[in-house]
Design a protein around this ligand. Structure first.
Ligand SMILES: NC(=O)c1ccc[n+]([C@@H]2O[C@H](COP(=O)([O-])OP(=O)(O)OC[C@H]3O[C@@H](n4cnc5c(N)ncnc54)[C@H](O)[C@@H]3O)[C@@H](O)[C@H]2O)c1
Length: 301
């Protein structure tokens, strides 16, 4: 019997994930929530027809199977724990990438590798690393934040980073592709080819190379994994008065890349989801707001 396990993770506008049913994979689009979906053959991969989780039995099955007088143990947070996991976050030197790297570390990861352009990590990044290093965690070992200076546009370089992490840590479990750029307002009818290409190179090609870097290692170790591509609401909608044809196009491509990779990688138990943030207060957004307000004051927007 085929069993389907749904684990609700977080709210987001759009998400796609792979569902494997028998030999076939399907990409599922979900509005208003993101779900991780894992299918296992009952009795084959899991116990008693439930999922292959090492924590099984879970949920209602746990209640049904509990022995008389057994003291129940809450497992819901353990189920989502990243204990001992290793992963890579692009754009992890600041902004959303750094926030997510920190959240992953706090959720139990052994090591989070932050890949970003700057040759040296920012003071913000160093403060997070030191803070995590002092953190009291179960098991006693504080999570490790590592910094790697690299350009996500360099496919061979990104693959090598993945390989080096895999060789050192002997695993790769998660990836967040957050590196992205946004150019100033530019009329779509005048949009220069070079500028358009620059945005596509980072926001679309760079995301592909980042996912490949981690995904190749997940495939190598055969333990599955979870990949999140940071898209944007601008991949699905267009903000009024925002002349951002390159950004919007690049983020749309990320959404379709997610569906495509989710279907291909589902059979390897590698989940691929996208996250479409709205406006989130980061340095980039602050710079944009200053620019936009100036334009408004000048009557140009
Ligand atoms: N902040 C928001 O409101 C918002 C909304 C929707 C989507 N997003 C997306 O979230 C992601 C992060 O946004 P943010 O606001 O934190 O931006 P940010 O500019 O603060 O951070 C982006 C990071 O990516 C890095 N980066 C840029 N080009 C790179 C390259 N070629 N190689 C390696 N690293 C590179 C930058 O150095 C920077 O550290 C982006 O993909 C962005 O498009 C952000």
């Amino acid at each position: 019997m085929m069993m389907l396990k749904l684990g609700l993770l977080q709210t987001t506008k759009l998400a796609y994930t792979a569902v494997t049913i028998g030999p076939r994979s399907y990409a599922i689009s979900k509005r208003a929530f993101s779900a991780t979906t894992e299918c296992t053959e009952g009795g084959k991969a899991g116990r008693g027809g439930q999922s292959a989780s090492p924590l099984a039995p879970l949920g209602v099955t746990a209640a049904l199977e509990a022995a008389d007088g057994e003291a129940p143990r809450a497992k819901i947070f353990d189920e989502f724990s990243l204990h001992d996991r290793v992963g890579l976050v692009s754009g992890g030197n600041r902004g959303l990438g750094l926030e997510m790297a920190m959240a992953l570390a706090e959720a139990g990861a052994r090591a989070v590798y932050c890949v970003d352009l700057a040759t040296q990590p920012s003071n913000e990044w160093k403060a997070v690393r030191d803070y995590l290093g002092r953190m009291n965690v179960e098991g006693g070992k504080a999570p490790r934040l590592e910094y790697v200076s690299a350009d996500v546009r360099d496919q061979a370089g990104m693959w090598q980073i993945g390989q080096d992490i895999g060789d050192k840590e002997k695993r790769m479990d998660f990836c967040v592709a957050a590196a992205g750029i946004l150019k100033t307002h530019t009329d779509c009818l005048e949009y220069p080819a070079k500028q358009f290409q620059e945005v596509m190179d980072v926001n679309t090609n760079g995301v592909l190379y980042t996912v490949q870097a981690a995904g190749r290692q997940m495939s190598r170790f055969g333990r599955g994994g979870s990949i999140v591509l940071i898209a944007s609401m601008s991949g699905s909608i267009t903000n009024r008065d925002h002349a951002w044809v390159s950004y919007n196009t690049s983020k749309s491509a990320v959404l379709q890349m997610t569906r495509s990779m989710a279907c291909e990688l589902g059979p390897k138990r590698i989940r691929v989801n996208s996250l479409s943030p709205g406006h989130i207060y980061t340095r980039r957004v602050v710079l944009f707001l200053i620019f936009f307000i100036r334009m408004r004051l000048k009557g140009e927007a």
